[in-house]
Ligand binder design. Structure first.
Ligand code: NZQ
Ligand code: ZN
Length: 385
């Protein structure tokens, strides 16, 4: 196990009724920028609840509404400008990962003299932020407890993740009931996203991080058990609660402690979203089994077999390679059962931009569990067509 520093300053209030803790925001001042998506929080009544608690607590509310799935840099710039001109004290995101990511970069850009896009390209430029709060409504990205934010400039077909410890929220409210209204499609995509975060950490060459690997396996089993239940019974509290806590823990740094690896499937998916604006979790569900096919070889078979035995319960008296292949088949089959797309063609993607996409991410993907060259990336995209 490698050396590591683990730092998560986010206070989590988990469970029913925890929205009352919005009154704690007054610790950070009196003016709050409330950031939310296109409409779900108004439909569910969460908007009214939040406004009442904030107003009763003496906070003045400013609003940045309509955050797009795959949030845009133009919206971030607008929010940062509002913070600067109105001398706003803090940012509150209510929504899924897109809303939280947008709020995070707004909070940093509000304290930065240059253009917000600089901060997307280089998290090291983030030196100060407005306090960030979140109320999570979709279990997927883990943005509620992590250091990352992913922003798109669709005009340039660019989508990049930035990261800074300063982007970790000060407080996040996780009430699983707020996810009862999440559609089947987004529930499935969210589950695939959490699985992918876990895989990106699990498939590491670092030896001896046994405990982290066990955590990964537990999270994967949790998702395999509860993802389908949440799809069939959207208001099943137990299922929604387990997905929600899995979402936070898959990417809050715990799983990668001492077992670092460069993520490969995520950069490949971000390129798909940058060019085709697809749902992140769907892109991951398509690419992951093809990445696994590519990554499996004589040297990695033991790890894939461990995944098969410990996560899928494959207990056949067979060699590692056979079990590894069965584990990949189980993964593919699970995504299909979740009604997720399994080919790029299903989401309208052709090979037109593969070369450009692979060129952009080839350096990032060159240090992963299974290091990829530009040609390898293209061949995985092609296999997924
Ligand atoms: O905009 P509204 O009306 O709120 O609707 C949203 C949106 O249409 C809807 N939704 C959210 N909560 C709901 C709900 N609908 C009904 N009931 C609710 N309770 O769901 C749709 C998708 O929302 P979005 O926030 O886009 O989804 P998600 O949470 O999956 O976030 C995706 C974004 O996060 C990035 C992705 O790349 C993508 O841009 N990621 C962020 C990461 C991070 N910060 O660490 C890591 C991830 O790997 C990922 O890259
Ligand atoms: Zn993700």
């Amino acid at each position: 196990m490698n050396n590591f520093t683990y730092f998560v300053p986010t206070k989590i209030h988990f469970g029913k009724g925890q929205i009352k803790h919005l009154s704690d925001l007054k610790e950070s001042g009196s003016k709050v920028l409330m950031v939310y998506g296109v409409g779900s929080i108004k439909k569910t009544g969460l908007y009214d609840t939040a406004v009442k608690i904030l107003t009763d607590s003496g906070l003045k509310i400013y609003e940045l509404a309509g955050i797009e799935p795959n949030p845009r840099i133009e919206t971030v710039r607008k929010g940062a400008e509002m913070c600067k001109t109105e001398s706003i004290d803090m940012v509150l995101a209510i929504g899924g990962g897109s809303t939280i990511d947008c709020a995070k970069v707004v909070s940093a850009a509000a304290k930065y003299d240059g253009d917000a896009w600089d901060l997307v390209l280089n998290g090291g430029l983030i030196k100060e932020v407005l306090p960030i709060y979140s109320v999570l409504t979709l279990s997927a990205t883990g943005s509620e407890m992590d250091k990352f934010a992913v922003i798109s400039d669709m005009g340039k077909n660019e989508k990049w993740g930035t990261g800074s410890d300063l982007l970790k929220p000060k407080m996040s409210i996780l009430d699983p009931e707020y996810t009862f209204t999440v559609s089947k499609k987004q529930t499935a995509a969210g589950t695939a996203d959490i699985m992918s975060h876990t895989f990106e950490n699990y498939f590491t060459k670092v030896e001896g991080a046994y405990m982290q690997a066990c955590f990964c396996e537990s999270i994967l089993k949790t998702l395999i058990k509860y993802g389908p239940i949440a799809m069939e019974e959207p208001d099943n509290y137990e299922a929604r609660a387990n997905l929600m806590w899995a979402s936070s823990f898959a990417i809050n740094g715990l799983l990668s402690c001492g077992a670092e690896v460069e993520w490969c499937v995520h950069p490949m998916e971000h390129e798909l979203s940058a060019f085709y604006d697809i749902t992140h979790g769907e892109g991951l569900a398509i690419l992951t089994p093809f990445w696994m096919d590519f990554a499996l070889n004589e040297n990695t078979a033991a790890k894939f077999a461990e995944y098969g035995r410990n996560v899928w319960g494959i207990d056949k008296d067979a060699d590692d390679m056979t079990i590894a292949k069965e584990a990949i088949a189980c993964t593919r089959d699970f995504f299909k059962r979740m009604n997720l797309p399994s080919t790029l063609g299903e989401v309208g993607i052709t090979d037109e931009h593969f070369d450009t996409m692979a060129e952009k991410i080839k350096v990032r993907c060159s240090k992963g569990y299974a290091p990829l060259t530009k040609e390898d990336i293209i061949s995985i995209y092609r296999a997924a067509l």
